[in-house]
Every structure is written in C-alpha cells, then in structure tokens.
Design a protein around this ligand. Structure first.
Ligand SMILES: *[C@@H]1O[C@H](CO)[C@@H](O)[C@H](O)[C@H]1NC(C)=O
Ligand SMILES: *[C@@H]1O[C@H](CO)[C@@H](O)[C@H](O)[C@H]1NC(C)=O
Ligand SMILES: *[C@@H]1O[C@H](CO)[C@@H](O)[C@H](O)[C@H]1NC(C)=O
Ligand SMILES: *[C@@H]1O[C@H](CO)[C@@H](O)[C@H](O)[C@H]1NC(C)=O
Length: 370
C-alpha cells in the first residue's frame, strides 16, 4: 500500500515535470459545451429526463459498436478536433473522472477534461435539471484546477493551461428552447423581435462573463464554435409540411453568430494574451447544403436513426429505423446531431480548412501560437 502511494506520488511528479515544460506533444484540451461535444458526461447524471446517448444505435460505428454517450453514430466533433491536435480522441468526461482525485488530476495534466453536456445552455434555465449548464461546467473546471494546483503547483499549472486549448460551444439549446416557447405562446412578430433582443442581452452578458472567468482561471487559447443552421436540423424541418428549414430559427442563429463575432473581437484586446479562433459552423453548413455531392452527401435533410417522416419525428432508439443509405452520406445522424462523417469534415474545416471558416486564425494556428 505504502509502495503504491509512493509510486503514484512519483508518477504525479513526473507529470508535473512534463506539465512544467518538458512535455512535448499535443496541447491538452478542456472542452465546455453541449451535445455536439459531449462524450459521456450525461451518462453520469441522475434523472429519467436527462438527454443521454447510452443506447443503440448510438455508437454503431464507434470501435466495438458501443454507445458511449456521444450523440453520433461514431466519433463526434470534439474527438476529431482533438485528433487533429495530436490527441487520440476527446479528453474524457469529467463525471467519469471526478470520483477519483488521482484519475482526474492525471487526465487534467495530460489530455485535459471534457465538461460538455447534451442539452446544456448558456442559461441555467435551459433544459434545467437535464444537463450540466455552462455555470456548472465552469465550477467543475474550477474544481479540477484546484486539484491540479494542489498536485502540481501554480507555475506548472499556469504554463500548462496557457498552452492548452479551450474548446467551447454554447447557445444552440438556448435558442431551441426560446423558439419553442415563443411558438407555444403565439407571440407576434414584433413581440418576438423584442423577446429575442432581451434574450441576446442575457446570453451575451453570461457568455462574455464565462470566457472572462476561464481567462481568469488561466485559459488563453479559445477555440469557439458558432451556431450552425439550427432551422435546418431534421427535428425542425419535420415541423413544416414541406419539410423546409425554419427561416426564423436560422435568422436567430445568424443573429447570435454576428453578436458572438463582435463579442470576441471586443473581448480579446481587453484580456492580454488571449488568442482565439472562431469557427463558422453556420457558413460551413450552408456551403455544404448548397453542394452536398462535393462532400459526398446524398441526404442533407433527414436523420439516419429515428422514426416517422425524415426519421425525425422521434429520437434515435433501439427500435428506430436506420436510414437505407450509407451513414457517411448523411449530414445528420439523429434528428438534431451530425453524423460521424459530418463531424470529421467539420473538424477538418476548422483545423486547417479554407480560411473563410475560421477567424482570425484557424485551430491549427491557435494550437501552434506561442
Ligand atoms: C479529493 O480532493 C478533495 C479536495 O480537493 C478532498 O476534499 C477529498 O477528500 C479528496 N478525495 C479523496 C477520495 O481523496
Ligand atoms: C473557484 O473556486 C474558489 C474556491 O475554491 C472560489 O473562491 C472561486 O470564486 C471560484 N471561481 C470561479 C470562477 O468559480
Ligand atoms: C395567435 O395570435 C393570433 C393574432 O395575434 C390569433 O389570430 C390566433 O388565433 C392565435 N392563435 C392561437 C393558437 O392562440
Ligand atoms: C419505440 O419504443 C418506445 C418505448 O420505448 C415507444 O414509445 C415507441 O413508440 C417505439 N417506436 C417505434 C417506432 O416503434
């Protein structure tokens, strides 16, 4: 027992030394966000209403065909971004590590940790009780950091965090919930405009505070993904008789993305040493929809696992129908989430793809910046 404790203490010290600067290799990644990035945190949350991808056919194309909590048929966007940066896959979910301080500290000092949670929003009220909202993801990172500091000391942790990538995306769920509530309460066009302005003020004050808090805790390199073409996810299309996209929801997402661009451009000069890459999921998806064949897609509208029209009238379940076509030919896997192939192409575009999909630099330049 004594020997084991000493040995563990030594291995922590080796990691500490590596973290202090001897470490050559990929940056660690700390991931905060929603279901696009979740790699299993929600599997550890109690409650029947929690959004979980812990059943077939999730993971059907994952090694071993296992459902891991990823909302994908295989790997997700966090995995492919991590792979681009030299990690094996996304760092592990915080809630899988948290019961054991040593596991948590080891992961935090090497690969990083993922706090992402399906359903999460910028607002605590978004899908409350069914996910880990942004505010709690920040608390979990803070708790992780406290344990890193206790194990490795401030200079090493400061150096590690400043070189690491903070991959962040939030906002989709806030807008889905908002749009559904507006619809349910039959708000007029003018009322919706004014409600959206109020919502955005709230969202951006909290998003800005969150980035500033991460910075205060030592984050310097931010890889931030904007909102995609939310009005075109199968779950939204299927609400329309003609299966068209919701122009209203797309407009909201585009408005959010404009405000996010301004937020970051305004924030960076006030936070010395902050570097960021803002990835344009919206623009990439629009371009993909305009020429699906160029990316090998034959279906950009429907899900690949679900039921009913567009396989989008119900969630992906063990009794769902699977799409007839090759899953790689679908942009969407379930009624809200991209397929493994779409996740791969997204990560490639953001890492070192056409310059129009990232600003002011791409994820590769972010990782390599000093
Ligand atoms: C984990 O660390 C916290 C302090 O960071 C401590 O209070 C707790 O007792 C530790 N748990 C174990 C199992 O060592
Ligand atoms: C982080 O945790 C410490 C206590 O451990 C607390 O004083 C501080 O306010 C927390 N910071 C954030 C940003 O949550
Ligand atoms: C919605 O509002 C419009 C006018 O504001 C009204 O004509 C319509 O009946 C309302 N619909 C529902 C379902 O309440
Ligand atoms: C699948 O099973 C669920 C219950 O688990 C049921 O509510 C649903 O109607 C079934 N769907 C289909 C397409 O059979």
């Amino acid at each position: 027992m004594q020997g084991l404790v000493v040995c563990l203490a030594l291995s922590v010290q080796v990691l500490v030394a590596e973290a202090a600067g001897l470490r050559r290799g990929p940056p660690a990644m700390y991931v905060l966000g929603d279901s696009i990035l979740d790699v299993g945190n929600n599997n550890y949350l109690p409650g029947a209403d929690v959004f979980r991808a812990n059943r077939p056919y999730y993971g059907i194309d994952f090694p071993g065909r296992i459902p891991t909590g990823r909302f994908s048929n295989g790997f997700n966007t966090a995995d492919y971004i991590a792979k681009s940066m030299g990690l094996v896959r996304s760092p592990p979910p915080y809630l899988s590590l948290a019961p054991n301080n040593l596991s948590l500290v080891l992961a935090a000092l090497t690969t990083g940790v993922s706090y992402a949670s399906a359903g999460a929003g910028i607002l605590d009220s978004t899908n409350s009780g069914k996910c880990i909202p942004l505010s709690r993801q920040l608390e979990y990172f803070n708790a992780t950091r406290a344990k890193m500091l206790a194990a490795a000391g401030s200079p090493a942790v400061t150096a590690l965090l400043s070189k690491s990538i903070f991959l962040v995306t939030f906002g989709s769920n806030d807008l889905f919930v908002f749009a559904a509530a507006e619809q349910a309460s039959n708000r007029s066009e003018a009322e919706q405009q004014s409600d959206a302005a109020t919502l955005f003020a709230d969202l951006f004050s909290k998003y800005s505070a969150a980035i500033t808090e991460l910075y205060a805790m030592g984050a310097r390199k931010f890889a931030i993904i904007n909102l995609g073409v939310l009005g075109c996810v199968p779950a939204v299309r299927v609400l329309d008789a003609a299966e068209s996209c919701s122009a209203g929801l797309n407009q909201l997402a585009a408005g959010f993305d404009d405000a996010l661009r301004s937020l970051l451009a305004g924030l960076a000069p006030r936070l010395p040493g902050m570097v960021y890459s803002l990835a344009d999921s919206f623009g990439l998806t629009q371009d993909t929809f305009a020429d699906p064949e160029a990316s090998g897609y034959t279906d950009i509208a429907g899900a690949c696992c679900g039921s009913g029209r567009l396989l989008a009238e119900a969630d992906c379940m063990p009794n769902s129908t699977l799409c007839a076509a090759d899953r790689d030919q679908h942009v969407f896997w379930d009624r809200y989430h991209p397929s493994q192939r779409a996740s791969l192409l997204t990560a490639q575009a953001f890492y070192d793809g056409p310059p129009k999909y990232t600003e002011p630099i791409n994820f590769m330049q972010l990782a390599q910046s000093t």
